[in-house]
Design a protein around this ligand. Structure first.
Ligand code: ANZ
Ligand code: ZN
Length: 831
């Protein structure tokens, strides 16, 4: 009988669906395991071969955990709001909801064809009003707790998409979506105060088990920075200019000040003579993106304001400049420039011939340290950014940088010139979009009452139908022209009011979807506390290697590209829900206990897979030609899970052959045949069980499969196989190749699904490394041989030798001079 994967795979997929094999219910008698993958955006292109890399990995883990007795939740859904569906609607006039439904149907067919053990009864869709009702409800919680606010701000505006972008969506100065130019525009925007959580988002990383680089990326993104704010008084002007610095130790090296072009004081301090030049400069700066303005190496530009400040300690006059390398939203939007010790200031000072005054000397130049030193030219001709010793810094001269920072900050505080300050690079989250295909923001503006939430009972605020999906040229959402939807009554006073026409960004629905999976059909709450507590609580410890961590989703695998945005947003969102008491305390304040990431799958030539390169591999075609099981095994076998690997169809063919071999082995199996208990094959079996069990736990899927391949090769050599070895093989392979193994399991006469059987256990005695005949010599002559493990240590061998009756006889009354031990070879006792 040949291995007809197409028939077998279809058959078992239908059976699992009918039997609801992977459906789970809360069961307080069982320990739970919650495995999560990032739900896909159902694009028109369908599934990419990269999706199943993550889905198969977590499917293997979920299936193994199920066999280990856990109550496993492995859900899936659709992150269905987003620009592509809207852009498609603009082109074709087809409603995004209809296009999205069609894409979902296609994705679902594809995912089902791969045999993932998702609990499909929990399928969710973020663009479903039943779902986004709760996204809106949560937004209102943010609003009611003062964490959502509307403000006029300079936003990144994509000229092509006509959409405001969050800082995160501007990559290398261009729009992340279309690659088009981005400029700054003032717009009223809804914001979420994620900055209020900055410190906790750093601190709580200690409580979770994330890949080290994932943690580091989050920390860098939040960008905590310790320093001081310092005030510089302006001659003939009432207000001082406040700057932020991380290097108060360099204060005596400050030779000029720089304001961001957007700084509110610019207009007040600029002199008549300089006014025209400054205005022209500001106009130009507005067109540039932040990164272009601040990158090192980019040519710096600026203009003198004509005004001077006074150095707060030395009393010297310093010119004030405007330059766009200083950004308005960070710190105070103003800096003291220290060209001798800061790259950008150095470039700028050279260009405009401003003074470069070294005040920090590297440790090896300590001889120059003092209060009034004539330094050689060389110190001012290159920038030195490292720590060192202070020079020409009044009474602080001679101090080391770190100590000087503290002493100078103390001095500033005592004299009320400045104070210690911690800043974060993280900005508040721009939470509104002027687009159609997103959750409407459920607020109403009343002339009398201001912004008023839509009452809970009236949620969801459903997206009304529009005729045209283009955003308007004024930048309003297409919803703004539907006057009978916009005009409404104020829920508070009953007077005339207008609905907010902005919608939410597509990060909204994905910020809490893992909570909805716990209780997806609940109509009264986003999820009941009971269900959340069961699936997310910390007290219900899961796998041994996760012990001691907080509660939450047990294991979340997803793309490295989501480390700074989705991961951070959803941690913030969850912490807020936790703080307002809608998440049970037992669950802890972090949503994900463990986070891992998979490497990308590249095109056959090693480049990124993309439509434009024409190197996209279609999963449908691969499944059709080689089968879902071979496809799954290949994706897990292709290379280390966390690394980027080029696709190679030859590798897939190899995996198919491996499965065929397993299929053929079935016919060689005898149900009665007995091989001796400790045969080499028996040992190899137990080592294989151990290897697969341990490797899957650390996502070394490729080496786990390699071990299975070795085992199968050895089995093929033997002409009669023990039924138990074969059964174990089928079980070990089940998480990787669920259809084939189910068929083989059934053929062995079992009624129950292999996926619900108990995971094989290995015998500790059989995984130990083999023993060898170990020679024991006395004065170089063989006197005994002992059965000892190959890897026995010197002490072990010595003890064993001294216990041997034969050896004891030779040693009687003699003194041991020394012992020569050759690992794995011999021991020689010299008398
Ligand atoms: C003087 C100085 C001397 C600085 C020196 C650096 C080195 P992080 O680590 O990112 O917080 N800075 C402050 N506000 C800025 C703004 N709005 N736009 C651009 N640059 C700004 O960096 C803080 C440092 O970046 C600050 O410390 C300031 O330059 C600059 F040897 O002050 B420093
Ligand atoms: Zn009102």
């Amino acid at each position: 009988m040949s291995y007809n994967y197409q028939e077998i795979e279809r058959k078992w997929q239908e059976k699992w669906e009918k039997d609801e094999t992977y459906k789970v219910k809360r069961d307080s008698k069982k320990k739970k395991f919650y495995a999560l993958v990032e739900f896909p955006y159902p694009s028109g292109e369908g599934l990419h071969v990269g999706h199943p890399r993550s889905y198969t990995a977590m499917d293997v883990i979920a299936r193994k955990c199920r066999m280990e007795g856990y109550n496993v939740l492995y859900p899936i859904g659709w992150d269905a709001f987003g620009l592509p569906a809207e852009n498609y609607a603009i082109k074709t006039g087809i409603h995004p909801a209809i296009a999205t439904q069609k894409n979902i149907a296609n994705f679902k067919r594809q995912l089902k064809s791969l045999g993932f053990s998702f609990d499909w009864s929990r399928e969710i869709n973020t663009s479903d009003p039943e779902y986004y009702k709760w996204t809106q409800w949560m937004f209102l919680q943010f609003f009611k707790h003062g964490l959502a606010y509307k403000t006029k701000m300079a936003i990144n505006w994509c000229l092509h998409c006509k959409i405001g972008l969050a800082n995160e969506e501007v990559v290398n100065g261009v729009c992340e979506r279309c690659g088009g130019p981005v400029e700054k525009r003032d717009k009223e925007q809804w914001m979420l105060r994620i900055t209020q959580y900055a410190q906790r988002l750093i601190d709580d990383l200690d409580k979770v088990d994330y890949l080290p680089q994932v943690k580091q990326q989050q920390i860098n993104w939040i960008g905590r920075s310790e320093g001081a704010t310092i005030e510089f008084p302006i001659s003939n002007f009432q207000f001082p200019i406040e700057i932020f610095t991380t290097r108060p130790d360099t204060i005596f090296g400050a030779t000029y000040l720089v304001l961001a072009p957007e700084h509110p004081l610019v207009g007040d301090i600029v002199t008549k003579e300089q006014q025209a030049a400054v205005e022209a400069y500001i106009k130009e700066a507005r067109g540039k993106a932040d990164l272009e303005r601040s990158a090192e190496g980019k040519e710096k530009t600026g203009v003198f304001t004509g005004s001077y400040v006074v150095h707060p300690i030395s009393g010297e006059e310093m010119p004030v400049w405007v330059a766009d390398y200083v950004l308005p939203q960070y710190g105070t939007g103003a800096i003291m420039a220290v060209p001798a010790h800061d790259e950008r200031d150095f470039e700028f000072a050279k260009k405009y011939s401003l003074e470069i005054r070294p005040v920090i000397l590297p440790p090896e130049e300590r001889e120059w340290v003092g209060e009034k030193i004539e330094l050689p030219e060389k110190f001012a001709s290159a920038v030195y950014v490292g720590p060192g010793f202070l020079v020409n810094s009044q009474k602080f001269s001679g101090l080391e940088s770190e100590e000087a920072k503290q002493r100078i900050t103390d001095y500033l505080e005592k004299n009320k010139i400045g104070k210690e300050q911690v800043n974060y690079h993280l900005r508040d989250w721009v939470f509104s979009r002027q687009r159609y295909w997103g959750e409407p923001i459920p607020l109403v503006q009343c002339d009398k009452c201001g912004w008023v939430p839509v009452p809970d009972g009236q949620l969801p605020v459903e997206l009304p139908s529009v005729k045209k999906y283009e955003p308007t040229d004024t930048g309003e959402s297409p919803l703004a022209v539907i006057t009978d939807w916009v005009n409404t009554k104020c829920p508070k006073c009953g007077g005339p009011a207008k609905r907010e026409t902005d919608t939410m960004p597509n990060w909204a629905g994905s910020s809490w979807y893992f909570l909805r999976y716990c209780d997806p059909h609940n109509e009264k709450e986003f999820a009941s506390k009971k269900e959340i507590e069961y699936w997310m609580a910390s007290t219900r410890l899961t796998l041994p290697f996760m012990e001691g961590k907080l509660g939450g989703v047990d294991w979340y695998n997803g793309g490295m590209e989501h480390t700074t945005l989705h991961l951070l947003y959803s941690r913030f969102w969850y912490k807020f829900l936790y703080d307002i008491g809608v998440i049970p305390k037992k669950c802890g304040s972090e949503p994900y206990k463990k986070r891992t990431s998979h490497g990308l799958i590249l095109g056959e030539g090693g480049e990124k897979m993309s439509k434009s390169r024409g190197n996209v591999v279609n999963p449908d075609e691969m499944v059709e030609k080689y089968g879902a099981d071979a496809f799954r095994v290949y994706e897990m076998f292709m290379g280390p899970f966390d690394q980027a690997i080029p696709w190679d169809t030859k590798g897939l063919v190899g995996c198919q052959r491996f499965l065929e071999k397993v299929w053929q082995l079935g016919s060689k199996t005898s149900k009665t045949g007995k091989t001796s208990k400790t045969s080499a094959l028996e040992r190899l079996l137990h080592k294989t069980i151990k290897k697969v069990t341990e490797d899957v736990e650390v996502m070394k899927f490729n080496t786990a499969i390699a071990a299975l391949m070795t085992f199968v090769n050895e089995m093929s050599k033997s002409n009669q196989l023990q039924a138990t070895s074969y059964k174990f093989l089928v079980q070990l392979l089940a998480p990787f190749a669920p259809h084939l193994t189910e068929e083989l399991w059934c053929a062995l006469g079992n009624k129950e699904s292999v996926h619900l059987t108990k995971w094989p256990q290995y015998d500790k005695n059989l995984v130990r490394d083999e023993e060898i005949d170990f020679p024991v010599q006395i004065n170089g002559k063989l006197r005994d041989t002992l059965r000892l493990p190959v890897d026995i240590s010197e002490d072990g061998a010595r003890t064993a030798a001294l216990q041997s009756e034969k050896i004891k006889k030779w040693l009687e009354g003699k003194e041991i001079k020394k012992v020569i031990f050759v690992k794995g070879k011999l021991i020689n006792i010299v008398l």
